[in-house]
Design a protein around this ligand. Structure first.
Ligand code: PDD
Length: 281
C-alpha cells in the first residue's frame, strides 16, 4: 500500500505523470524516517526539517503537518511495518515543462510508502570501508531535496573502487558521506562538520550529539581535514538507515586499530538504548 495524491492505494495502482516536476527537475523534497517497534523514530525532528526545506524551496506542504503525521502513522499501521523505513516525498506538482514555478493552482504531489528494513547489525559490529572524493554537489546540501545526482554519482564511484562508502571533502575539508553524516574521534573527543549549508543536518547526527552531551563525551562541531581523518582514532557515520556505523578504513589506510573503537561502541550502545526506551517522538 502507498499514499499517493490524497489517497491510500495499492502500489500497482499508482500512475505517475511525466509532467510531475519531481520527474523533470528533481523539483521536490523528501524525508526518510526510521520505524522501530511500529513507531516513527524522532518524528518531530524529521517534520521540522521537512517544514524548513519546504519553506526554503517554496513548496507549500499539501496538508498541515498534523495531517501529514496522521497519514504517515496510518501508513505505518496499515502496512504493519514494525522495523523499517518510511519514505515520503512532496513535489511541486504536475505542469508542462517550463522552468518557472507553475501556476498557483498547481497542487504539490505527496507520495509515501513503508519498507521493511533490519538494523544493519553485522556492519555495525565489523565496520565498513570508505574512500574520499571531491564534494561535487551544490551549495545547499542542508536542504533535503530530490536532486541527488551528485550523491548518486559519488556513492557509485566508491562502490566502483571496492569501498562501501564515500567521505566527501571540499578542498580537503571533510563535509559528510553520500547519505549520512561523518564524525571522527581524536583523543577521546568527537568532531563533526558544523550544521551549515554544506551538510544535511542529520536527525541521527543531532541525536548522537545529544547523547554525547548527556553522557559527558566531549564533542565539537568543527570542520576537519582529510589528513585528520587518516590520523583519527575512530571514524564513524550517522544516518537513518546505518545508525552509528564504524568506518575502519579510509582510502586503504587503517583507522585506529581497524575495528570499531570504544567511543563508537559507546555511542552505538546509547543509541540502541535510546531506541529501546521508545523515545520515538
Ligand atoms: N539520507 N547526509 C545526507 C546527504 C543524507 O542524505 C542523509 C540521510 C544524512 C543523514 O541524515 P539522517 O540522520 O536524518 O538520516 C546525511 C537518507 C536516509 C536518504 O537519502 O536515504
Amino acid at each position: 500500500m502507498m499514499y499517493y495524491r490524497d489517497q491510500f492505494m495499492p502500489e500497482s495502482d499508482v500512475r505517475i505523470s511525466p509532467d510531475d516536476r519531481g520527474y523533470y527537475f528533481g523539483d521536490g523534497i523528501y524525508e526518510v524516517f526510521r520505524i522501530y517497534n511500529g513507531q516513527l523514530f524522532e518524528k518531530e525532528l524529521h517534520y521540522k526539517r521537512l517544514i524548513r526545506t519546504a519553506e526554503q524551496v517554496r513548496i507549500e506542504l499539501p496538508y498541515p503537518i498534523e495531517e501529514i503525521n496522521s497519514i504517515l502513522e496510518q501508513l505505518v499501521r496499515e502496512t504493519n511495518t514494525m522495523l523499517g523505513t518510511l519514505y515520503v516525498q512532496i513535489t511541486r506538482g504536475e505542469a508542462p515543462r517550463i522552468h518557472p514555478f507553475p501556476d498557483k493552482s498547481t497542487k504539490p504531489v505527496m507520495m509515501a510508502y513503508c519498507r521493511d528494513a533490519d538494523r544493519p547489525l553485522a556492519a555495525m559490529e565489523n565496520g565498513i570501508t570508505a574512500v574520499t572524493a571531491d564534494d561535487i554537489r551544490w551549495l545547499r546540501c542542508d536542504l533535503k531535496t530530490l536532486n541527488l545526482l551528485g550523491n548518486v554519482m559519488l556513492k557509485q564511484s566508491a562502490l566502483d573502487k571496492g569501498a562501501d562508502e564515500v567521505i566527501l571533502h571540499r578542498n580537503g575539508t571533510v563535509t559528510e558521506c553520500s547519505a549520512s553524516n561523518v564524525m571522527m574521534v581524536k583523543n577521546n573527543k568527537v568532531f563533526t562538520h558544523p550544521a551549515d549549508n554544506l551538510i544535511l543536518h542529520g536527525v541521527t547526527r543531532a541525536v548522537v550529539l545529544k547523547l554525547a552531551a548527556q553522557t559527558g563525551i566531549e564533542f565539537a562541531e568543527r570542520a576537519f581535514q582529510v589528513h585528520d581523518l587518516y590520523n583519527a582514532d575512530e571514524v564513524f557515520s550517522t544516518g537513518t538507515t546505518g545508525e552509528v556505523m564504524p568506518i575502519v578504513q579510509v582510502d586503504k589506510r587503517t583507522i585506529g586499530d581497524g575495528v570499531s573503537g570504544p567511543i563508537t561502541r559507546k555511542l552505538q550502545m546509547l543509541f540502541t538504548q535510546h531506541i529501546e526506551r521508545g523515545s520515538n517522538k
